[in-house]
Design a protein around this ligand. Sequence first.
Ligand code: HEM
Length: 534
Amino acid sequence: MDNVTETILLTSDTSSATGYSSTGWKTYLIAALPVIIYALHLRATRRRVVPKGVPWVGLRNEWFAKIRANMRELYHSKQNIEEGYQLYGKHGKPCITPNSTFEAEVVLPPSYMGWLVAQPDSVLSIYEVLINDVEFTYTSPRSWQFHRPFHVEALNKMNLNLMTGVMIDEMSECLDDWFGAVPGKWERVSVQASMRVILTCITNRVFVGKEIAHDEKYFHYSSHYVHQIGNCAAMISHLIPAMLKPILAPLAALPVRYYDYHCSRYLVPLIQKHLDDATAAKDSHHEERNPDMLQLMARFAAKSHDPLDHDPRSLCARILALNFVGIHTSSAAAMGAIIDILCAGPDVFAKLRHEAATVLRDAGGVWNKAAVNRLVLMDSTLRESLRFSAFKARGVERKIVQKGGVMLPDGTLLPEGTKVGMPTTEIHMDPDFYDDPRTFRYDRFVGKAEVGMVNTTDTFLAFGHGKHACPGRFFSTHELKLFFAHIVLNYDFKFFDERPKSKYLSDFCVWEDHVYFETCRRERSAHLDLEASS
Ligand code: HEM
């Protein structure tokens, strides 16, 4: 017997004598492992709260019914929301809709809207929803580390009147590329690709200025950033168990962090320059009259005492996050609008063209904010499209952050961490709120000043509602009205005989395939025809 074997035998003998055999210890550990993992999982998923006493929809009579309903949600979300609305929402009651992220959401009835929007941020938080949905902790940690969200304030300070010329320039250039520049030549164009690229170009131009916006590599990195952030967030929230997130999510977020890094190489030096200029201008009281978003943000930053606001990398992350929220939403709105207009047919199109031509002729052939504001039919058409073709079925989503939870008007207690929201699409299609809701009526809102495209109401939720209603809606409304006016003036179209099909992925509405339309550049803008004939 050698020394080592002897030692092992001795050790083993000793442990048997004391009642602790190493095999027994390992067995205990192996048996306890699932419990330890489960305890860690519970701790890591403590935010996944499922309130008691609220009925579920989408359940079937089967084993593990809730887990399976959550897993089915990716393709059954709209059905669940419809069912919940008919069974509960219409009767003033909340219900739980499953979610493929396993974070079930309490959908509230429309009658609770006043209560929902009256809650302070210390009770219901939109930020927790945004940070969670986009997995900002991993995909873009810097973009939500700030004390004052002045990127949102900068959005509201944007001078849309002075920006109009820049926007028209950018639109014309992009439309030449995508819709065709040769009069009389018909082109076949993808709705999804064209709207995504054109809206990205306009947003980039207005946000970061011409030089960087027109840099092909910046366009590549920034548009990939916008698309990857959604993919990475979906992968993190759907595929990575919460307890493994700290280890695996940073890896899953690498693609978006790569594009973020490349965008920052363009933006950080420019932001530093704007910060220096803004600091100098603060002392000399001289500021450029037509600043882009980055310049506006630098002005706010220059006046701030928070060191984080002077970090160009932080400002860069914030503008990229704005790009993400702004580009997806406005391109989805533009896709819905062009499809709705081409389905509405030649009469509606002729009326929109006539209005745009009259307004532009009366404005002397140059668009400005006042002229865009006079596009009443276009405003109603685009608002109707946001109602009719809403691209997210649940909206006004908030997370309960108040310790101890919150009591709903019917006395139900929802615990801290519960996500709540409104059934946007069902409210938009409810005959109690809209006459003949399943018909696209382009002129539905004409003559009702209180329901212009930017106005949110209890029953028009495309931009959310309440104090957190989309701050980008003034910019987007102006941009989309200008864009569609420019299109109807300068292009002819073939109309759709049949509406393209859409489907839901979770609660997001997407077009089933690539949808194409045919368009042809006119000899000249229709307002010049009007001028010639009058
Ligand atoms: C047609 C285009 C757009 C649509 C339909 C849209 C829709 C929305 C919706 C539904 C919300 C949630 C509001 C709530 O829950 O009450 C929201 C929030 C927000 N949107 Fe938009 N949006 C659009 C364009 C933009 C643009 C262009 C920007 C910026 C460039 C932007 C920036 C934001 C921000 C920062 C928030 C969060 C507001 C907050 O936290 O208080 N949006 N948007």
